[in-house]
Design a protein around this ligand. Structure first.
Ligand code: KIV
Length: 262
């Protein structure tokens, strides 16, 4: 079973961590077989599964349902579930109630989007038995305040993203996930925090990588980002594509320069 200690040791040993989104039982079993260490029940399911135009309409009930479906067939990956929009921003107590529902559904860790302003929430949950992954950089739940899905932390803005990572790390976060930040910032953050880091569009030097399953299998009906690679290319099965992803993450050949922001 992949635990927090497994992930810490992988960071120390320089072994890359492979994470993919997963929303249901059959894919959970397939990803277990392919050696994916972390299954993320991402609120991206709002877009990939429900056909919404953002993650905002996803509810806690949706997240609990999909977490249960993944957990039933999972044999050894760590299960990370997203706290959906509106389920944790109001207070630490609200965050605990939502996170507890996800843990009861089978999650081993929850993910919240937001910077230093949520470090207190991270500390509150961690102290009460709930490991937290802090999602910083591009935080899709804040698409309206960010004016779109854009690269974060370029130039002078890098210091604020670094401060977000350090605040969550100091608060005891079990993991930091960075989305759409320049590769150099991904590397700096990874070197300056004690917990493992996962990147999506954050360059090759984070402790691990994540992609949305529908993107890496080339089945998403919408537009895909620069950081996406279609792993079905050259493969004759989904299992082989997921295995190729794990192999390339472990070897450090994914992401390449073409998937990376300066
Ligand atoms: O919801 C999700 O799939 C995510 C990934 C983009 C990391 O948060």
């Amino acid at each position: 079973m992949v635990t927090l200690n497994t992930l810490k040791k992988m960071k120390t040993d320089g072994e890359k961590i492979a994470m993919l989104t997963c929303y249901e039982a059959s894919f959970a079993a397939l990803m277990n077989r392919a050696g994916v260490e972390i299954l993320l029940i991402g609120d991206s399911l709002g877009m990939t599964v429900q056909g919404q135009s953002s993650t905002l309409p996803v509810t806690l009930e949706h997240m609990v349902y999909h977490t249960q479906n993944v957990a039933r067939s999972n044999s050894h990956s760590l299960i990370l579930a997203d706290l959906p929009f509106g389920s944790y921003q109001q207070s630490k107590e609200q965050a605990f109630a939502a996170a507890a529902a996800l843990m009861a559904a089978g999650a081993h860790m929850v993910k919240l989007e937001g910077g230093a302003v949520f470090a207190e929430t991270t500390e509150f949950l961690q102290a009460r038995g709930i490991p937290v992954c802090a999602h910083i950089g591009l935080t899709p739940q804040y698409v309206n305040t960010l004016s779109g899905y854009k690269v974060q932390g370029r130039g002078d803005a890098a210091a604020a993203v670094l401060a977000d990572a350090q605040a969550h790390d100091a608060a005891g976060a079990s993991m930091i996930l960075m989305e759409c930040v320049p590769a150099a910032l991904g590397k700096t953050i990874t070197q300056s925090v004690s917990c493992p880091t996962i990147g999506i569009g954050a360059g090759k030097d984070t402790d691990g990588q994540v992609l949305v399953m529908h993107d890496m299998l080339g089945v998403y009906h919408g537009k895909t980002a620069k950081f996406v690679k279609n792993f079905m290319d050259g493969q004759n099965s989904i299992q082989a594509a997921v295995e190729a992803y794990v192999r390339e993450v472990k070897a450090g050949t994914f992401p390449g320069a073409e998937h990376t922001f300066e």
